[in-house]
Design a protein around this ligand. Structure first.
Ligand SMILES: [Zn+2]
Ligand SMILES: [Zn+2]
Length: 334
């Protein structure tokens, strides 16, 4: 069933018409477990990649500890299988078998890093790809002549590539024209190790849905924010807990999305500027550890599907330059 965002509790531009010019569309991606191919928009699926183009690698890591992807996938399978088992009435805990328990213990005793890399360059991990035909808000960002965005990352923190990306994996954005890829790669490289299971996406198909968003309050004039605060207080006095919040219900959608506005709930607003030309950058992609929240929870409801967890269960955002889409992007964690 196609996930659908419920109607907003109210239209915030009726009490505050001055918010209308700040409206932006964003596309919620609604990733759901599936078996995407290179011809599909996906998270954790295969990329449409030319067979004769080098696959990018990262050379910044030596013999780092981590977890092999096959072990991480096995771990997830064990947990999901055990959770799905019928539980006897009154039984405590998850019904793991002894063998499963032993495997899980090995992971937790090692701090979830039971493996060690041999020091060779790490092929980057295919994180996601988006076709402009599927994601309405992608076209506004796509460099002329391109219609496909591919996102790869090195599944380790601590990179030297500037910005604030040392808080999360180092990312690469690759724009291309899908029709140019006439001889696609058949076997996709994968890093032999990842820093943690949360950097390894599970294959998901997407159900893009366009929504309208309004800015995080720090982007708004302070007198408008004061009036919104007063409106929220008065609403709360009359309606109690049923009163909507601007920040949580009426402005920003949670979850993976393309376009829209960016939240700064952990740090307050830190504007992001292009290192090449100084223009204020605009959020292109939000990678979110959670997919729902408050009144935005899609119907039908679903647990987070991608397995991706960034920062402290946070959001990891790619910002791009509005003046020149080829200027280097920057990452920001919330
Ligand atoms: Zn790396
Ligand atoms: Zn720029």
């Amino acid at each position: 069933m196609r996930p659908t965002t419920p109607y907003r509790p109210l239209d915030i531009t009726i009490p505050f018409p001055e918010l209308a010019p700040f409206a932006r569309t964003g596309t919620r991606l609604h990733p759901r477990r599936g078996a995407p191919t290179a011809a599909d928009s996906s998270v954790g699926g295969p990329l449409l990649w030319p067979a004769d183009e080098e696959w990018p690698v990262c050379r910044e890591h030596g013999r780092v500890p981590g977890v092999r992807p096959e072990r991480a996938r096995r771990y997830e399978t064990i947990v999901e299988t055990a959770w799905a088992r019928p539980r006897p009435a009154g039984a405590d805990g998850v019904p793991y078998t002894d063998a499963e328990r032993a495997e899980l213990d090995e992971m937790s005793l090692s701090g979830y890093q039971p493996d060690r890399h041999d020091g060779t360059p790490l092929p980057l991990l295919a994180l996601a790809q988006f076709y402009a035909r599927d994601v309405p808000d992608l076209a506004a960002f796509a460099p002329p002549g391109t219609d496909l965005l591919q996102v790869l990352w090195c599944p380790f923190t601590g990179h030297e590539d500037g910005g604030s990306s040392h808080f999360g994996p180092s990312t690469r954005l690759r724009w291309r024209r899908a029709a140019d890829v006439t001889d696609p790669l058949s076997v996709q490289p994968e890093p032999p190790i990842v820093e943690r299971t949360g950097y390894l996406p599970r294959p998901c198909v997407l159900y893009p849905e366009q929504v309208v968003e309004y800015p995080f309050a720090d982007y708004l004039p302070s007198d408008l924010v004061e009036r919104i605060d007063a409106w929220e207080d008065a609403f709360r006095e009359r309606a109690g807990e049923a009163a909507p919040w601007y920040q949580y219900d009426l402005s920003l959608a949670p979850g993976w999305k393309v376009g829209g506005w960016d939240s700064w709930h952990r740090t307050d607003l830190v504007r992001v500027y292009c290192a090449a030309c100084g223009s204020e950058m605009r959020v292109l992609l939000t990678i979110d550890s959670y997919d729902s929240g408050g009144s935005w929870g899609p119907y039908p409801p679903v647990a987070p599907a991608t397995g991706v967890s960034v920062g402290r269960d946070g959001e990891y955002r790619a910002f791009v330059c509005p003046s020149d889409p080829w200027h280097p992007h920057r990452m920001s964690m919330q």
